[in-house]
Structures are given as structure tokens and as C-alpha cells.
Design a protein around this ligand. Sequence first.
Ligand code: ZN
Ligand code: ZN
Length: 348
Amino acid sequence: MAAQEIDALVVTHLPDVRWLCGFTGSNAALAVTGSRAVLFTDGRYTTQAREESRGARVTIAEKSALKECCALLGESVKRAWFDPQHTTVADLALMRSGVSAKKSRGFFVPLQKPLVSALRMVKDEAELALMREAAKLGCELFAAMLPRIEAGMTEVVLAAELEFEARKRGAEGMSFETIVASGARSALPHGRATRAKLPRKGFVTLDFGVILNGYCSDMTRTVHLGGASREERAAWDAVLEAQETAVSAVKPGATCGDVDKAARDVLEKAGLGKYFTHSTGHGVGLEIHEQPRVAAGQEMRLEAGMVLTIEPGVYLPGKFGIRIEDMVAVTETEHRILTPATKGWIEL
Ligand code: ZN
Ligand code: ZN
């Protein structure tokens, strides 16, 4: 904040609040100045807020946590910055109502660039340990599901079994809606599980993640039911090569664009470039999608402690789709794969 000449910050995005002071409740406004931090929440969280919060004084708001947070800042600083990515028009009106009419003009300033999410990109050792644990649970789930995948079962049943297994093994929830896309539906990059039956012959893409200790995991494997055609197998081989090539490109100093290009070049060469219709990956942490974006032209440089997904895929409309995804942590010298579940060809 000092480096960016920010006197005070209103933090309302819950993952940011959690990262800054540890509070995990669903209603929070954190006032941060150079000398102190005050967390505002409501009466439901009186006990929890005091137990969880570190480094912030807890105040239970009478009416609105956000309004009272801003009222406090209105009395103590000249201006307060907020994150425009996570502040609605209604929020801003409420924030202004907490500050005297005389002061409210120009009092709230939108951050020019993200502040807390930029800090959250680089994970410390304790966070990395939690992320390794979440990723490991994901891998164990994949191994547990493999013997249960069979032609005729519906995608939703497969998703439900995976999610039940996740909860039984301690997951707090899934980090996003489980993707099970089979047969021609595998060509939908974000094919949510439906009542469609897994085919006798064809791909099944499983993309899922758990939340464990607040941290998200994310991984994708694409397996094949029955014998694969030559075209299917060649495309799968190309996706795996693209994925492994991009993983190899992950190291401190490389740009996100370099990593994306590593995957894209392999698929271009295999004649599949036009079927790779999304970016190569994304940061992951307390949220399933965080900074940085691993996409074409992104100049952000990787740093030790960042955790990204590498997930190239190809989607041939009406035919089939394939995606393979790992979570990868950038280390001091290179990288470490957090999701070491088998990436070999699997035919069930
Ligand atoms: Zn995923
Ligand atoms: Zn992902």
C-alpha cells in the first residue's frame, strides 16, 4: 500500500479477506490502513470471527458491515481505495452512505491495478503444503473412480459418485461444478454432467476439483471406453504432448504467453491448432480461477510460488474432445507437478 501510495483499503472480496486475516464467514468488510486492520461482520459470526481472525480487530456491525467499515474510514483517513472488480454499483452507494456527504465526493478511489489478488498469486510454504494436499486428494479420487467408469452409466451418476467420494474423504466441497463429458459431448470444453449415458465407444473427459482447507484443486483426465479410432488416438497423443511440453516450459522468468505458446505450437504442428479454443491455463488457490492467466500474449512472468493449471485440449464439434490438466507449482529453479495421477492412455 505504501509503495502505491494507498492510505486505506476497503476489502470485501471474501477470498481476499480470508487471505489477509483468516476469517472465512460469508459477510465481511475489512478496513486496512497503514497502522491497523478492522474486520466488520455481523452477529452470526461473533464467535467465529474472533476465533479465526489474525491481525485484525473484530467489530460486529449493527446493520451493515460494509457501511460501518466505510464510516470508520471516513472518520480516520482522507481517501479509501476499493477493488472495482469486486464492488457493485449498489455496494458503492452503500459505501458512500457511510461517509458524510461533505466527504463522500472523491473519497472512494478504484484501485488502478489489483492489489490483494496480485499478492495472492505467490503462495507461501504453508499454502503450498495445503495445495499439495488438495491436489493429492483429487488424484486419489481419480484412481478411485477409474474402476467404476463403465458404458451405460449416466454422466450425472459418475459425477455424483465422485463428489460423494470427495466428501467422504474430507473435501469441504467441489471447487467447481464437476465436468463429465462423454462421447460427442466431450467436444464441449465445459460440458457439465448430464443424464447422457457413457457410450460403448468414445472419450470421457473428467474435469473436477475439491476444496480442502479452503484451497482448490483442479485436474482433468480423458479416458476412452472401447477401442479408439486412429484419429482419436492421434489427437489424444497430440494433446498429451502439448500438455507435457507446456508443463516443461513452466519455470521462473518464463512468461505466461511462452507457456501457452508451447502447448499451442504442438497442436498447430499436429494440425489441431484450430480445435484448441481456450487458453492453456490459469492460476489457482483459494479461488478456482485466479491470476495469472496462462494465455496467448500474456507477458506476466512466472515466479516461484505461483500455482497454475496446464490444460490444453482439442474439441472437434460433433465428434470428440480431449483435455488433460495438471496443477503445477513454480519452484525456485523449475516446477513441480502437484497432480501426479497417471497420464498414460487409459482404455476401459
Ligand atoms: Zn479443470
Ligand atoms: Zn482448470
